[in-house]
Write a protein that binds this ligand. Structure first.
Ligand SMILES: Nc1nc2c([nH]c(=O)n2[C@H]2C[C@H](O)[C@@H](COP(=O)(O)OP(=O)(O)OP(=O)(O)O)O2)c(=O)[nH]1
Length: 154
C-alpha cells in the first residue's frame, strides 16, 4: 500500500505501530531532534545494509529500551522533505516496560486512536496514516476502526 508521490527519495525510515488494549504506543520527540516536541510512533532512519524490519527492531530498542518483533508492513508514505517512511506493525511482550532514551524521546504514552487524532502535536504524516487506516486502506492487526471514526477524524 502506498501513497502516490513524485518527491525524490533522499532517505528511508521505518515506523513501529505497537498496540496494547486498543492504544497506540506513542512518543513525544525530544527537543533536540527533527520535528522537536512532536508526537509520533517510535522509529527512525534505516542504516546502510539494514532491512526495514532490522531497523524497526533497533530503533524501538534504542528509543524505548524494549525488544520487539516486526510484524506486517502496513503502509508507505513520503514526507514533503523526501523521506520514504515504511509503517510496520510490531509486537512487544505484554509486560514489557518502556524506558525512554531521553536523547531522542521526551516522553512515551499509550493513546486511543481518537486521542491521537485530536492531539495538535501529532505529526501530519501520522494523522494521514490514521486517516488512511480509518478509510480501510489497510488493516492494523489487533484493532478495528471505531464505529464513530468519521466523527472523530472529520
Ligand atoms: N520516528 C518517527 N518518524 C516519523 C514518524 N512519522 C514520520 O513521518 N516520521 C518521519 C520523520 C523523519 O523524517 C523520519 C524518521 O525520523 P527520526 O528523526 O525519528 O529518525 P532518526 O533519528 O534516525 O533520524 P536521523 O538521526 O537519521 O537524522 O520519519 C513517526 O511516527 N515516527
Amino acid at each position: 500500500m502506498s501513497q502516490p508521490h513524485n518527491i525524490p527519495i533522499r532517505k528511508r525510515a521505518v515506523v513501529g505501530v505497537i498496540l496494547r488494549q486498543n492504544c497506540f504506543l506513542t512518543i513525544r520527540r525530544s527537543l533536540t531532534v527533527v520535528a522537536p516536541g512532536k508526537v509520533c510512533f517510535p522509529g527512525g532512519g534505516i542504516q546502510t545494509g539494514e532491512t526495514e524490519a532490522e531497523a524497526l527492531v533497533r530503533e524501538i530498542q534504542e528509543e524505548l529500551g524494549i525488544e520487539s518483533i516486526a510484524g506486517e508492513r502496513l503502509f508507505e508514505t513520503v514526507t514533503p522533505w523526501g523521506t520514504s517512511v515504511a509503517w510496520w506493525h510490531a509486537t512487544i511482550a505484554e509486560d514489557a516496560e518502556v524506558v525512554i532514551n531521553l536523547e531522542e524521546v521526551a516522553e512515551s504514552f499509550w493513546r486511543l486512536p481518537h486521542e491521537l487524532m485530536r492531539d495538535p502535536d501529532l505529526l501530519t504524516s501520522n494523522r494521514d496514516f490514521l486517516s488512511a487506516w480509518g478509510q480501510a486502506t489497510f488493516a492494523i492487526p489487533g484493532i478495528t476502526v471505531p464505529s464513530d471514526w468519521d466523527d472523530i477524524s472529520g
